[in-house]
Design a protein around this ligand. Structure first.
Ligand SMILES: C[S@@+](CC[C@H](N)C(=O)[O-])C[C@H]1O[C@@H](n2cnc3c(N)ncnc32)[C@H](O)[C@@H]1O
Length: 264
């Protein structure tokens, strides 16, 4: 597969599990697979979202697809207690080759990494039964606003997004989900804004999310350093600025992602 900004080191695999916990209350209230027997999860990573889905929908089986075998190996360990309800396929989601048809699909934090995400939706649709429900959750990185304005965080964030684009990804793909689903001939398309608007009115969540954000940003550091896009000092300044935001009495931390649902 093409280069991937977060990499596949064990720290990143742990981060995905933590991320699913930190953001779960924002992602899952709407997700509805009631009545589904067998869904496809595209870009399932180490199974962090898979576990939440298996808990929420105890009758459902999931086929996990990821392009990276290291992720699937870790997912099998993480999800061992659910193994009777799981299958794993190491495939590029743009060209799925599966023998079964499914009655639902789930994609979370994946399309941002894939050049031509429309190919994923088309390939996926050909493996879904009529009436299947699909749920997507994807980033909208241009929505990020923070106060106070801090040059270390601004600089790092711009380079992070630029790097994502240089790898063929799209850090604003969430905004485009409606058009992509339409182009792939899904019907009943709905878009929902998600995210956080934090300030000192809720210091605990502000602390939790700025800490989470530090980990998210840092997960791109190794590949950005290797690409000589940043220096170690810029990583340190980004982390320092995220601490400064939390400490500022006028702190604001605002970010949107986009959820979409559609039917086949
Ligand atoms: C940020 S992780 C998200 C994992 C999981 N959805 C979660 O939320 O924990 C993105 C995953 O997409 C996978 N991926 C990237 N490009 C892919 C492709 N073309 N086909 C299938 N999986 C892909 C990566 O290997 C990685 O595991």
């Amino acid at each position: 597969m093409t280069s991937y900004i977060h990499g596949y080191v064990p720290e990143e695999q742990e981060r995905l599990v933590e991320q699913a916990g930190v953001l779960g209350s924002l992602i899952y209230p709407r997700i509805d697979f009631i009545g589904c027997k067998q869904i496809l999860e595209i870009g399932s990573g180490v199974g962090a979202q898979t576990q939440v889905l298996l808990d929420l929908f105890p009758e459902m089986r999931i086929t996990c697809v990821d392009a990276e075998s290291k992720q699937l190996e870790k997912a099998q360990v993480n999800l061992d207690s659910f193994k009777d309800r799981l299958s794993f396929e190491c495939q590029d989601a743009r060209n799925l080759q599966l023998n079964e048809k499914f009655d639902g699909a789930f994609i979370c934090w994946v399309l941002e990494h894939i050049p031509e995400p429309i190919q994923v939706l088309r390939s996926l649709k050909s493996h879904l039964l009529p009436g299947s429900k699909i749920w997507l959750t994807e980033v909208y990185n241009s929505s990020f606003y923070f106060y106070p304005e801090l040059s270390g965080l601004r600089n790092y964030y711009e380079k992070y997004n630029q790097f994502q684009r240089s790898l063929g990804g799209d850090p604003d793909v969430g905004l485009k989900l409606g058009n992509l689903l339409q182009e792939a001939s899904f019907i009943d398309i709905n878009l929902f804004p998600g995210g956080f608007h934090l300030s000192q009115h809720d210091p605990n969540t502000l602390k939790q999310i700025t800490t989470y954000w530090k980990g998210l940003m840092k997960s791109g550091a190794a590949s950005m350093l290797e690409a000589q896009l940043i220096k170690e000092e810029e990583v340190r300044l980004m982390e320092q600025d995220l601490d400064t935001i939390f400490e500022d009495r006028n702190a604001v931390f605002y970010y949107r992602f986009v959820q979409a649902s559609a039917t086949v």
